[in-house]
Write a protein that binds this ligand. Structure first.
Ligand SMILES: [Zn+2]
Length: 180
């Protein structure tokens, strides 16, 4: 029996195209291909976000996605298979905002497990003080509208910022991750 890692609930085997059945493996039911005897083991997909902050403001993106109209979120995105987490965070930060930072200036904040019906994510979060970022903030890098917003406003605006983002911003600014 082989074991392959996948992220989503499979309809078909990615190796041979056969319909997927289930099998018991290590005490759990898993999707399994009877033709190539492969267990399709589901795992979270890693993503990385960066909190760029100073004493008054935090960097947020106004996403151009229609279903997220008006929603502010932290810069970041999915890891590529050959990237370390800091590399992912800094690449996304530059793509989305034009800002760059040294990996050594990032401090670990937390990791959140976000579960969805078909897949799940591990969202790693790093923080970097605004004095340690370089480059010009590009207001609309890659279609994202990036801007520094007052922290008070971001933390109190429950309709524009997700709870999970607010928690991570608070942790980044004064949580245990910063003290480490
Ligand atoms: Zn197969």
């Amino acid at each position: 029996m082989d074991i392959d890692s996948i992220a989503v609930v499979p309809d078909h085997c990615h190796r041979c195209g056969s319909e997927v059945a289930t099998t018991e493996w290590e005490g759990d039911e898993h999707p399994w291909c009877p033709d190539c005897d492969t267990v399709l083991s589901r795992h979270p997909v890693p993503g990385v976000h960066i909190v760029v902050y100073d004493e008054e403001c935090v960097l947020m993106l106004d996403e151009p996605i229609p279903q997220h109209e008006g929603l502010l979120s932290l810069p970041g995105g999915f890891a590529k298979y050959d990237e370390g987490p800091k590399e992912t965070g800094l690449r996304e930060l530059e793509e989305e905002t034009g800002l760059t930072a040294d990996p050594d200036d990032l401090s670990y904040v937390t990791v959140v497990h976000a579960e969805f019906p078909k897949s799940s994510l591990y969202l790693l979060t790093y923080a970097v003080h605004r004095s340690n970022v370089a480059g010009e903030l590009e207001g609309e890098a890659e279609g994202f509208e990036a801007a520094f917003h007052p922290v008070d406003e971001v933390l109190s605006s429950t309709d524009r910022v997700r709870d999970s983002d607010q928690e991570r911003i608070e942790l980044a600014i004064d949580g245990p991750g910063r003290a480490a």
